[in-house]
Every structure is written in C-alpha cells, then in structure tokens.
Design a protein around this ligand. Structure first.
Ligand code: ADP
Ligand code: FBP
Length: 611
C-alpha cells in the first residue's frame, strides 16, 4: 500500500484511530507510569509525552510513546497468548501510522536545532523550576511562578508572513517555533554555566539584554554561574583572565539605565577554535551572543565547530542592529529609540531651516545598507522634504535631479529639510555621480562609504550659487553616534527584556542555533541558518511605509529620462532577489520537513511493504 495515495492514507488513518483507542485501553496507564520512573518526570502529563514530542523531535524520530510500548513491556507481552501478541503488534503498527499521519498533516515549521537531536542524546528533561506549585504563587510571584497553562508547547508556532488571502498561503507561509518557557527543561540549572558577549556596533538596549539574561538565569531558573565576556568575540581568548567577568544581579542591577554595553564590543577578531578552547576550558554550556548579521555568521561557525568537537552547548543569538536591517523580525531592539532621537535631530534641522532665508536643514543618519532609520524618523517628524536612502535610485544633477528639486522647494516654501542615510550613495543611478572613490572596509569587512553628508553639505550651496545664483543657508547635523549610544527608551527596554527572557527559556529547554526575535508581535525562535540565508533587510520601494512617506512629503522622482528605465530595473531586480531569497528558504524548509517524514521508520516500512 502506498502512503503517498490520499485514499490509502485515509484508510490507514481510520484503522489507526481504532487501534489507538484499543491501545489506550490496553496499555496506556502502565506504560506512562513506567516512563515516569525511567525519566524521573514526576509531573509529566499524558498529553506531553505523546504526539507533540514526536513532532518536535522529528529529525531523529525519537518517539516516547514508541519507546514505551516497544521496550518497556516486552516481558508482559511474551507472557501473553499468541493471539494477544498479534493483536498488540497490529495495534503498535497502527499507532505508529497514526503518528505518521499526524506528521504528514503537521504544519511546516522552520525548527531550530535541539541538543537532543544534534547529538542523538537520550531525552532526559527536568520539570521546569518556573512551574508554580500553587495558584497563589503563580499569581503573586515567588520561586516557581508560572501557572501550567502559561508554558509554551513545542509545536506552537509563529507565522512570519504578513498578508494572506487564501488558506493555501497560510499553510505555505514561513513559520517558526514560538518562544517561551517550556514545562520541561533540558539543562539542570545547577549545572548551567553561561557566557554573554556583545559584538559589533553599539545599540540602545544592549545593557538591558545583558541584565535580563542574568536576572532570568539567576532568579527564574536559579542558575548562578554567569560570565560576561568583554570586547566582543576577541574577548573570549584575548587576556581571558581579565576579559571574563562574573555577572551577578548585584553587578547588573542598574545597567539598564546606561547606554552602550558594560561588556564593551568590537568588530573583527573572530577565531572560532580559540573561542571554543576557552569555552571548553571553563565548562560553559550556554552562550548568549548579542550582535548583528556578522555576529550571527560567527555563531553559525561556532556551532558547526562545536559539533565537530562534540561540545554540548546551547548557542543563542539575540539580533542587534541599529539599522534594523536584520530580516524576518518586526524590528530590532534599539531601533525605536534610535528613531526617536533621530526625529529630534530632524526637528532641530527644521527649526534652523525655517529660521533662515533659503534655509536648508541637512541631517545624516546611520544606515549603511538600509534606510529604515531615515525612513521612520522622517515619517515621525512629518516635515522632511526629501529622504535619500540606499534603496532609492536617484540622481544628483539634471533637470529632475536632487539638486534641482531642492531649488524648487526653496522657491516654493523658502526652506528645505533633507534626511540622508549614510549609505544613500548606493542609490546613485548615474555611475559618474558616485561619491566614494576608493572602496574601504572595516575590521569586520563591512563597507565604509565616503561621507555623503559632508559631500552634500558642500555641494548643495555650490550648486545653488553657480546654477541659480542663489545664496542658501545650510545647517548640517550629523548625530551618528549620538543616536546609538543612548539608553533604550521604554518601548525598547520592554522589548529587550522580552527577548532576553525568551533567549534564556530557549537555551534552558535545550534549543541551540536560534536567534530570538519578535515576529508579527510574537517571540519566535528563528534558526540562525535561516536568518543568515535571509541576508540584509531593506526598505522596499513599493511597501506601504515608504509610500506613506512619499505621500506625506510629496517627494518627487529624482531621475532624468536617460536613467528612468535603469532605475525601474534596479528596483524590480532588488525586489525579485528578495522574493527569491524567501522562496529558497521556504523550499529548503519544505524539503527538510519531507525528509523528516520520509526518514521515519514507519513510512519506510510501509514503502517496503508496498514494494
Ligand atoms: N562571516 C563571518 N564569520 C564569522 N564571524 C564574523 C563574520 N562576519 C563578522 N564576524 C564577526 O562578528 C563580529 C561582529 O561583526 P560586525 O559585522 O562588525 O557587526 P554585526 O554583527 O553588528 O554585523 C566581529 O567580531 C566579526 O569578526
Ligand atoms: O563606526 P562603527 O562603529 O563601525 O559603526 C558605524 C556603522 O554601524 C552601523 O550602525 C551598522 O551597525 P549595526 O546595524 O550592526 O548596528 C552603520 O549604520 C554604521 O555605518
């Protein structure tokens, strides 16, 4: 019988359900008790050792129900009559097929690795110390404080895509495991040794994340051995006696009010074996790494190497980027704060511009590859006339170019407010207008552009004077580091706490290789490989937020006729590339899901029978 035929599936399903019911009567209670003894799970519940665990552990197909019925009661079975034995075998097969059917019907979720699967470990879980032992404690706090139904099931998921118009689209959307505390934890808190490191550029909220990881490990799980690694990746192995510092609630108590990171940060200096040597030497089994895309590439390298070295460690990423250019997540922490501060700078530019004849306020904001800060701060301010970002094709010169449009604005309203993202020159469609002459890179191999802000500060008045004999008053504001070095605002502080706590929940429950992010307003565990594959998030020219800004400031198309087609082609091509990236991810996730199902012993058996 082929399980790929729907009618056979239904047949198997129907008979399997009958079998399951029979099985439940015959051996459920006794097997469950035996399982509880074997695994020491006094509080384990029937529904938790069933199908959900099978789905979660799909990769290795570890099936607690199967273990129970096939091994634990062999002696009982042998003592029974031949007839009963046959019946039991049939029931067992039907049960397994039911599991298989459930797997076939399961949503396709992009699951992050679990240490049990990666290393083929026995499933030994402890009841979470977070569990409230009575309702009062659950409500009013103290020791274990979570009521039972506050725990997250492993098969809960978050749908990543925003819009769906058909059920088919919902089914096919990218989905991630939902973050949250699990009722059973992989790590015994007494044996946890955690390390926290911050990498890359600064961002508001780094200290909040550090603080909440420490507090959550220390007070919620009562894991007390926590280290902070100073100066980014290189701090793991450079002067380790000094750069490894012990983090306690006392140390981190007030750091959430400070900008930057108490651990310091750096670019470059990633040496995986040296990092792992030090981690191994100190017996670290949970590593929390806060950083951007470069940092996440590093985490992926560490995981691969750690597996080769058979180091059982949970590596967790907490995505950090002031530019908000990490894909999939709604927003990165610190972005809200950055936009708030940037908006005030734009307001200063507006005040200056409106208080001078032919006044121009020019603000340069961060955004190497993506213009999210410039876009959102401009929208928030509402008085920006032109916003230039890397994703926007434009020209400087010519009758429709940027300079001419400034002149038009000045003639119309006597002032002009301009926001430019530092990477905006990527949008310059005419190669003759490029600003950066020699390509430069930083220690992490990121591009460094020549300063477009300073370039425009000098070029705009010159253009107005030579081409229009117009004297302008230009005030230039470059708040770059002033924006990212501030403490997190209230919204970001709450977000950081949410991310940090869920990072700890994920690591404690044995997940690894995931990054914790808010997706459609819910916390998701996103496989780091997926985050890397998804590349850099960018503002889409056809998305509604950008369109809203265009509607608000009535910014015109800054391209002359010669480059019109090329500009459209660039936009179209970039959008197609982004779509392809997600199509590829979805394809891979689907293939993984199919492979899990095909790799299942039940399906293989059915196919052999059929042959
Ligand atoms: N491809 C990579 N593989 C491994 N480590 C990397 C990679 N790219 C960057 N890193 C490391 O990650 C850290 C931070 O990277 P960087 O690009 O500066 O910041 P971000 O993580 O914010 O993008 C640096 O220590 C850098 O050496
Ligand atoms: O001067 P630094 O420290 O290299 O950082 C500047 C760069 O970092 C960025 O803020 C990007 O960093 P993240 O997105 O990783 O936070 C760019 O916008 C900016 O060019």
């Amino acid at each position: 019988m082929s399980l790929s035929k729907p009618e056979n599936l239904l047949l198997v399903g129907a008979s399997a359900l009958v079998g399951v019911a029979l099985a439940a009567i015959l051996n459920r209670d006794s097997t469950l008790d035996k399982h509880k003894q074997d695994f020491g799970l006094e509080k384990v519940e029937e529904k938790q050792v069933g199908k959900q665990r099978v789905l979660q552990r799909g990769k290795t197909g570890i099936n607690l129900d199967r273990q129970m019925s096939s091994t634990n009661h062999l002696q009982d079975i042998q003592a029974e009559s031949e007839e009963a034995l046959e019946l039991r075998k049939l029931i067992k097969k039907q049960q397994e097929m039911t599991q298989q059917l459930l797997q076939l019907a399961a949503p396709i979720v992009d699951r992050c690795p679990h240490l049990v699967d990666l290393y083929g470990l026995a499933e030994r879980f402890m009841v979470s110390p977070l569990i409230g032992d009575n309702l009062k404690r659950s409500i009013f706090g103290g020791g274990g404080f979570l009521p039972k139904d506050a725990f997250m099931q492993d098969d809960s998921f978050v749908i990543a895509q925003k819009d769906h118009s058909t059920m088919r689209e919902v089914v096919q959307s990218l989905k991630f495991t939902k973050g949250g505390p699990r009722e059973h934890v992989f790590f015994n808190p007494k044996t946890v040794k955690a390390a926290i490191v911050t990498c890359g550029g600064l961002c508001p909220g780094l200290n909040v994340v550090i603080r909440e990881i420490v507090m959550s490990l220390y007070f919620n799980y009562e894991a007390h051995e926590i280290y902070g690694i100073q100066w980014g990746y290189k701090g793991f192995y450079t002067n380790p006696d000094k750069s490894w510092i012990e983090l306690t609630p006392q140390v981190v108590k007030n750091i959430h009010k400070l900008g930057g990171t108490i651990l310091g940060s750096s670019r470059g200096g990633f040496q995986k074996d040296k990092i792992l040597d030090e981690i191994q030497k100190r017996g670290i089994n949970q590593v929390y790494i806060i950083g951007g895309d470069g940092t996440h590439r590093g985490i992926n390298e560490l995981i691969k190497r750690a597996m080769e070295r058979r180091m059982i460690i949970s590596f967790v990423g907490i995505p950090k980027t002031i530019d908000n250019d990490i894909p999939i997540i709604d927003n990165s922490f610190g972005f809200n704060t950055a936009c708030e501060v940037a908006e005030r700078m734009i307001e200063a530019a507006y005040t200056e511009a409106t208080n001078a004849q032919n006044g121009i306020g020019l603000v340069k904001l961060m955004g190497r590859y993506s213009g999210f800060i410039a876009r959102n701060a401009s929208l928030a301010n509402g008085n920006v006339d032109m916003c230039l970002i890397p994703e926007l094709p434009f020209e400087l010169e010519g009758p429709k170019g940027f300079y001419e449009q400034i002149i038009t604005k000045l003639k119309e309203q006597n002032h002009c407010v301009i926001v430019v993202a530092e990477g905006a020159e990527e949008g310059l469609i005419n190669p003759n207008e490029k600003i950066t002459q020699v390509e430069k890179r930083d220690d992490s191999n990121n591009l460094i552009f020549d300063d477009i802000g300073k370039f425009l500060r000098d070029a705009i008045p010159k253009y107005a004077k030579t081409k229009h004999q117009m004297a302008v008053t230009l005030k230039y504001i470059d708040p770059t580091y002033a924006i990212r070095s501030v403490p997190a605002n209230a919204v970001d502080t709450i977000m950081c706490a949410k991310l940090a706590q869920n990072a700890v929940h994920g690591a404690m429950s044995g997940y690894t290789g995931f990054s914790v992010g808010v997706v459609r307003n819910a916390v998701a565990y996103i496989p780091i490989t997926t985050l890397i594959d998804a590349g850099v998030n960018r503002v889409s020219m056809t998305e509604r937020t950008w369109q809203r800004l265009m509607a608000q400031n009535r910014q015109k198309y800054m391209i002359n006729d010669d480059f019109k087609d090329k500009a459209w082609e660039v936009i179209r091509q970039k959008q197609e590339e982004r779509k392809q990236v997600f199509r590829d991810i979805l394809k891979r996730v689907r293939q993984q899901h199919d492979a899990i199902i095909r790799g299942s012993p039940v399906l293989q058996e059915a196919e052999i029978d059929n042959a």
